[in-house]
Write a new protein. Structure first.
Length: 663
């Protein structure tokens, strides 16, 4: 069976081969093409001898040239007369209604129509003037280019159409020129150490737990006898589960690179086509090719696109998806672990996969690839900054602390954006400020070149100052890292907070502190201006969502109790149950709304109380923002006179614990 066209090695089929991704007819076909060209040349030469078409002139012009003794030979056919001039003459064709008269040109041959009243003494005059009267047509020289086109043009056109149809058939599975072999071939891309840059575990950082789970796979591919002599077998399949960008594909390639075996990569969506059965054929072709190159690794990315549980109501393509899944199940049952073929698959939706796919004997092992922690992020920064000249002020540890919850792909993008930003600034090194500015650009978007009035600018400063002051004084809140009133993306200003350490468990006080901080912008506007604006839309949306989760998912409401009233979110794709599906009554829904409103109201009251108490600090911060537009953590602490954040993020700082007044 052939290897896919995207691999480094060309492959041959019964009907041709592929070079550089294009189908090429077999060698014997080119010999047939050559024979067709030669035969076509001789046939055209016999049937259509090369001669030029003579120009049609008027009978008057013919008589004039005859009178000047410039006619060399003539040939009569029906009511026309063909002939040759002794010397070329200038002839201007007559004009027509559709086109003006063309320019005069030199002609050496002619044809003219004999009028019905032609002089009966024409033959006598021709003989008297020594004109040769021929019984056979007069041969004239043809244009060499026209001769070549007439001799080879039809054959070249037929050959070109044949080659185009052949390649079209190879790509689309065209029936008459090779059946459906091209469509049923696997589209997997092959990577190996001879053709690709080798990827090892040194290129993967921040996911050591997942690496440790795959070390045994690498060892088995290198030394299978070590396990088979004791009757052990390696897992047939390993399912990598994690959020997008955590490095699942890179980890699979690292396994192949460490084991130094061929690596066949294919996305789940590439199996499925409009025609039923194509996906199953591609699965068979992929597994057969992997067996031929064993030991080898098959990697199926986004397997949830074809591995969804069967029997679900899927619109369109359900039959093809199920047939492809059935073929994968059959293939994974049909080969032994001793063959040295291991299937790696990646998904961020493990809950939708068919249970038969996850049973022992198919995907025996599940490896969770989590988002990196602080140390992991620092290691990822080191990997992606190997070839980046860093300035002396760059602290990778500080960058890792500033980017909680980001994936390896996000860090790679951050490093690239920082390098591009430094290049635009005509710098020889990438500095810490470049990373901070690149982070703001990624999170919030590029700076917007809009001009705000002084009144609007001051209002934005008070809004962001309210967020910042509450982030500094509320017990348990994340420290404020940066405040800016420079418009970015859809925001007119931003207050950026970062936790001192990664969090995996959230206390109720911490969640309330976040809501208080979110409502600080609206509270500051109410205190200073006594009015409300639309600038708090996103703050209200986030605060309401967090309060609703506290009530419906985490049991943080005394009236609702410890009852789960909302489905668990998919932590990787953020999906919930279908809209409108409520597993509770209308009375409970009303109680939930009341409790959510109570949490928001209490946090809003606390935000107003703290901002009134710290109004001088708020005014000082706004004054500094109006002058500088952006302030970092040290400048914020200097302006407000507040102490830095303590080591423990939940330790109270200035304000007393959040009050919980009854509803």
């Amino acid at each position: 069976m052939p290897v896919n066209a995207n691999t480094s090695r060309p492959f041959r089929t019964a009907s041709g081969r592929q070079e550089n991704g294009n189908a090429v007819p077999p060698g014997r076909t080119w010999l047939i093409f050559l024979a067709i060209l030669i035969l076509n040349y001789f046939l055209v030469g016999l049937l259509f001898p090369g001669e030029a078409e003579p120009d049609s002139v008027s009978y008057t012009f013919f008589r004039e040239q005859l009178a000047r003794d410039n006619i060399e030979a003539v040939h009569s056919r029906n009511d026309a007369l063909d002939g040759k001039f002794k010397a070329p003459v200038q002839w201007t064709p007559p004009a027509t209604d559709r086109a003006p008269a063309p320019e005069a040109r030199s002609i050496s041959a002619f044809t003219t129509v004999l009028p019905a009243f032609v002089d009966s003494g024409l033959e006598t005059e021709l003989i008297r003037r020594g004109v040769e009267i021929r019984a056979t047509p007069i041969q004239t020289e043809a244009n060499p280019l026209i001769t070549l086109l007439s001799a080879f043009g039809p054959a070249l056109l037929i050959i070109g159409i044949y080659v185009w149809l052949f390649r079209r058939a190879a790509k689309m599975g065209g029936g008459m020129l090779g059946g459906f072999g091209g469509m049923g071939q696997s589209k997997a891309r092959r990577f190996d150490k001879e053709t690709e840059t080798r990827v090892s575990f040194d290129d993967v950082a921040g996911i050591e737990e997942a690496e440790n789970e795959l070390v045994e796979i690498v060892d088995f591919l290198k030394n299978p006898e070590k396990y088979t002599r004791l009757g052990g077998t390696a897992p047939k399949g390993v399912l990598l589960v994690g959020a997008p960008g955590t490095g699942k594909t890179l980890l699979a390639r690292a396994v192949a690179g460490e084991a130094e075996v061929p690596f066949f990569s294919m996305s789940g969506s590439e199996f499925v086509e409009m025609i039923v059965g194509v996906g199953a054929a591609r699965v068979r072709d992929l597994f057969q090719e992997a067996r031929k190159n064993a030991p080898a690794i098959i990697f199926i990315d986004e397997i949830d696109s074809i591995g969804r549980a069967r029997g679900q109501a899927v619109l369109g393509g359900a039959s093809e998806q199920e047939q492809t899944l059935n073929q994968i199940l059959t293939e994974m049952d049909g080969f032994s672990s001793r063959e040295g073929v291991i299937v790696l698959a990646a998904t961020n939706q493990p809950d939708v996969l068919d249970r038969a796919l996850l049973r022992p004997g198919r995907f025996d092992r599940r490896v969770v690839v989590n988002l990196p922690d602080r140390n992991g992020r620092e290691a990822i920064f080191k990997v992606h900054t190997r070839n980046v000249p860093l300035g002396p002020d760059v602290s990778l540890a500080e960058l890792a602390r500033t980017t909680p919850g980001v994936s390896g792909a996000d860090i790679r993008n951050l490093v690239n954006e920082a390098a591009l930003l430094a290049a635009r600034r005509q710098q020889d090194e990438v500095h810490q400020k470049d990373f901070i500015d690149a982070l703001e650009k990624i999170i919030l978007g590029p700076e917007r070149p809009i001009i705000l009035s002084e009144a609007d600018k001051e209002r934005v400063a008070y809004h962001e100052g309210g967020h910042a002051i509450l982030g500094l004084v509320v017990a348990g809140a994340d420290p404020v890292n940066r405040v800016t009133i420079v418009p970015r993306g859809q925001a007119l200003g931003v207050t950026y907070q970062r936790p001192l350490t990664d969090r995996y468990n959230y206390a109720e006080a911490y969640l309330r502190a976040k809501i208080i901080g979110m409502l600080g912008g609206r509270a500051a506007e109410e205190i200073v201006y006594g009015t409300r604006t639309t600038g708090a839309e996103n703050d209200i949306e986030q605060a309401t969502g967090l309060a609703r989760q506290m009530v419906t998912r985490w049991g943080m409401s005394e009236k609702v109790g410890m009852v789960q009233l909302a489905p668990r979110q998919n932590n990787w794709v953020g999906m919930e149950a279908l809209p409108g599906a409520k597993p509770y009554s209308e009375d409970t829904a009303r109680l939930i709304d009341l409790e959510v409103a109570r949490v928001i109201r209490e946090c809003h009251q606390e935000a107003r109380r703290l901002l009134v108490e710290h109004r001088p600090r708020l005014d000082a911060l706004v004054t500094a923002l109006m002058q500088r537009e952006s302030l970092d953590e040290a400048e914020i602490l200097e302006v407000t006179g507040l102490p830095p954040a303590p080591e423990l993020p939940d330790r109270p700082r200035i304000a007393p614990p959040v009050s919980k007044s009854p509803a």
